[in-house]
Design a protein around this ligand. Structure first.
Ligand code: NAD
Ligand code: UGA
Length: 461
């Protein structure tokens, strides 16, 4: 079949897979290929057991796979035939050398760029889909255009704003699509070609164009602002616990101010996910490299507050449970970094579980989708942790339950039955404020919400 465009995405992860599946579903006239160095991942994309869990994803994949959506490990052949290449490889925090623990590790991106140069026989548009430090496009353009074949590569930035758990809805109906380009005639021409792809289903007024540096930086700043709101409300949750104010009432009230807005004001045990911490640390590193100490310190405090929130959650548990959890069975309800995903990258539950194991608790992890990842994350202390999918089983004989993820299922459990099987006194620490605290208290639980007065039967805690 003759396709109007041949699009390639390098990197079949949480972003590459869903993003390309939606482009293919919306644009049957384009051939969309997704490649990866990981053959197991590609095999999973070609099977019924997709490598990631995302509501609605499997329907979208089924609609287009084999028609105009292809998953493959034949990277060189796919580069050769593509006119437009999205690069969506991982850009984790660097774990070695200069900038370790802060800067973005760009080795996967650079390797990809060098391979594109090696294999290409004609001009191509290369799109940064991965989240990258501002001005990466300059370095990439230098590497790509240093070729001696006379081939021109136009580098664009089209950062992705989808959130896990709602990826398909976000891609179908994005708040905006951002396309950054050089403002040269070649840059603008390339930009228009990418605008044309999204215009197949995104209203034009939501397709925003900018210069390439603004696009790169806007992505880091969007994540920094979102995370900052969570750290801000989490800082207030601690003050609420001291003053008998209720953080849910405070967020509701401030969120009704249209200048503030209501979203991302839900206090939690901490934000997780693969990107918030990494992207803020990257922003901090960039600021420091320009000598902007105060700016760097300001953003770094967002991450510090998040670490504090996780630590103080465990401290609160310890204090409530008579200053020791040694030998006590504690069930963690949820391990994913948020509901509706099996992803556990940077999940606050990892730190909470490890701290509890250090306190010699018998930790039991329950989660509907994330147990396989949890086993990998807790490999260092796996002998001291149990993994039990069924929350009723997990809570049997436990002294405490701690809610780590806001899975809907946890609201509807029969807590009377759970209470009956637990040790006395029984504790619930609601790290997401999703349960009916009053009802639990009336059943006999000692209930510790976040940023709200605890409901206790015990006078001593
Ligand atoms: P991921 O780790 O799930 O996927 C990246 C994939 O790239 C992996 O499957 C890896 O095998 C592959 N890869 C690495 N080097 C390769 C190479 N040289 N050739 C071919 N494949 C290669 O990562 P992700 O979560 O999809 O994130 C990708 C990028 O998107 C990151 O920069 C991230 O910051 C950004 N981002 C992620 C999200 C999210 O929700 N996860 C949202 C927006 C932006
Ligand atoms: C986030 C952004 O929302 C996306 O726009 C962005 O594309 C993505 O990062 C990325 O660059 O990777 P994601 O991490 O998938 O998406 O999920 P979020 O919904 O942002 O949640 C992040 C964390 O914050 C979760 O642990 C969540 O539970 C927590 N959170 C969120 C709160 O604690 N309170 C809130 O009010 C909202």
């Amino acid at each position: 079949m003759n396709f109007a465009k041949k699009i390639l995405c390098i990197g079949a992860g949480y972003v590459g897979g869903p993003t390309m599946a939606v482009i293919a579903a919306k644009c049957p006239q384009y051939k969309v290929t997704v490649v990866d160095v990981n053959p197991a991942r590609i095999a999973a994309w070609n099977s019924d057991a997709l490598p990631i869990y995302e509501p609605g994803l499997s329907d979208v994949v089924k609609q287009a796979r084999g028609r105009n959506l292809f998953f493959s490990t034949e990277i060189d052949a796919a580069i050769d035939e593509a006119e437009i290449i999205f690069v969506s490889v991982n850009t984790p925090t660097k774990s070695f050398g200069e900038g370790a623990g802060k800067a973005a590790d760009l080795q996967y991106w650079e390797r990809t760029a060098r391979n594109i140069v090696k294999v290409s026989k004609g001009d191509k548009i290369i799109i940064e889909k991965s989240t990258l430090p501002v001005r990466t496009a300059e370095a990439m353009s230098s590497i790509l255009n240093a070729n001696e074949k006379g081939i021109h590569f136009e580098v664009l930035s089209n950062p992705e704003f989808l959130a896990e758990g709602t990826a398909i809805a976000d891609l179908n109906n994005p708040d905006r699509v951002l396309i950054g380009s050089q403002l040269t005639p070649e840059g603008l021409k390339a930009r228009d070609q990418v605008v044309e792809i999204y215009a197949n289903w995104v209203p034009r007024e939501r397709i925003v164009t900018s210069n390439v540096w603004s696009a790169e930086l806007s992505k880091l700043v969007a994540n920094a602002f979102l995370a900052q709101r969570i750290s801000s409300i989490n800082s207030i949750s601690e003050l609420c616990e001291k003053t008998e104010a209720d953080v849910t009432e405070v967020s509701r009230t401030i969120g009704m101010d249209s200048r503030i807005g209501s979203r991302f004001l839900v206090s939690s045990v901490g934000f997780g996910g693969s990107c918030f911490k990494k992207d803020i640390l990257n922003l901090v590193y960039i600021c420091r490299s320009y000598g902007l100490t105060e700016v760097a310190d300001y953003w770094e405090s967002v991450v510090e507050m998040n670490e504090h929130q996780k630590r103080r959650f465990v401290k609160n548990m310890l204090r409530a449970m008579f200053n020791t959890v040694a030998g006590k069975r504690i069930a963690l309800f949820g391990f994913a970094f948020k509901a509706d995903t099996g992803d556990t990258r940077e999940s606050p539950a990892i730190d909470v579980a490890i701290q509890l194991v250090k306190e010699q608790a018998k930790v039991v992890i329950s989660d509907p989708k994330a147990l396989d990842n949890a086993k990998i994350d807790l490999a260092s202390c796996i002998d001291n942790v149990e993994f039990v999918k069924d929350p009723y089983e997990a809570a049997k004989g436990a002294h405490a339950i701690a809610v780590m993820t806001e899975w809907k299922d946890y609201k509807g459990l029969d807590y009377g039955k759970i209470y009956a099987g637990m040790e006395r006194p029984a504790f619930i620490f609601d790290g997401r404020n999703v349960l009916d605290h009053k009802a639990l208290f009336e059943m006999g639980f000692n209930v510790f919400p976040l940023g709200q007065p605890a409901l206790k039967h015990l006078k001593t805690v």
